[in-house]
Design a protein around this ligand. Sequence first.
Ligand code: S3P
Length: 440
Amino acid sequence: MSTASPSSPTRNIRRPASLGGVLSVPGDKSISHRSLILNSISMGDALVQGLSGGEDVMSTMHCLQAMGVSIEPAGATGSYIVKGTGSKLEEPLDILDAGNSGTSIRLLSGILASQSFVSVITGDSSLRTRPMQRIVQPLKQMGAQIMARQDDSLAPLVVRGGGLKGIEYNLPMASAQVKSAIMLAALSAQGDTVIHQPALSRDHTERMVTAMGGRVEENGLDLVIHPTSLKAVDITVPGDISSAAFWIVAGLCQQNSRILIRGVGMNPSRTGIVDVLQEMGAGSGLLLVDQRIEGGEPVADLLVSPAALHGVEIGGDMIPRILDEVPILAVAACFASGDTVIRDAAELRVKESDRIATTVAELSRLGANIEAREDGMVIHGTGKLIGADTESHGDHRLAMSMAVAGLLAEGETTIHGAADASVSYPEFWQDLDLLLQDAR
Ligand code: S3P
């Protein structure tokens, strides 16, 4: 049973006797950002449906509106008409605020690099500590003028764009945000841009640019972007698998559960959590029902019920496919038999929080047997957590992971910073209450 109002920064949770119900998760955050950004620089108008109402996506929307793009609600919740500018944005009158959102600042920087005006973009105290050199360096190489704090590594970024040329670039890390920033700039550069990726990361930009008439050639891990103008397309955003992951783990680890999550995006670059949980023994506890294609992306309903999980080792190319789900996977690993080892995941240290340090610290408070490694963590499954005070560290995914840990722990768990969930999942606490009530 949870207490306190949904907007409260603190929530208390006790383990329920059962957990169940039918719900939909918010629109996919990555696809939502891209549907706004790419339609803003296209020719024509587009209807976007199922847009995430999370604060991160709203940051992108407000930045685009500050550059003269008309994005207006179109009736149903999550429906918007975006009026494409054909890539001519207006110089913003003030500093652009990306809030907590790495995707907003990095993807929008790719757009700002192509605009021949001066702009300044920044974000909250977390975003201002996150590495920006990774986009500043390639965008400068393409010809944009960019200055940033601490030797061009930290926001705020000051950008004077325009006059870009295509480059050949070896991506140092498998980052969809960096890849997408370069791709967006490449659309209006002189000449082709070639990106060599070290491993596959989410490919929503490639898919959407192609659907809009852009030319992106994919040869294994290499991408060639030919400069093109885009045509606006209507987009139906599927449910966010990264948000569904919380209920998947809750349902698998709760002994009396049955949860149906409708309309979840199943893009293969994002379904690592399903593959890893299957490898851990989820079996018929995690069923994909009614698999279909909607708006160019694979979608399924997920039916979740209890399963006996065992530990696994994950690393290498799996990490980009499960990047945002590691904190909730660590919760699952506490309830699995044996050890779970996560390696090659040093990128987690530069997310909304240092997710290796914060996940280990917070699960330790709940009595987990968990150790941090430089590039990951080791969880010795004990099948048990004990309620305690936990902290989100200003990180939405930590807040929600601790909520699920609290649903599974003995006694009472308090989550400080519970309201941080709204960065990606504003309805998280209401949906939690729904699963508690419907199960009664
Ligand atoms: C995102 C890419 C990922 C992910 C983030 C969203 C995106 O980061 O962690 O939440 O929409 O492109 P990387 O840039 O590390 O891939």
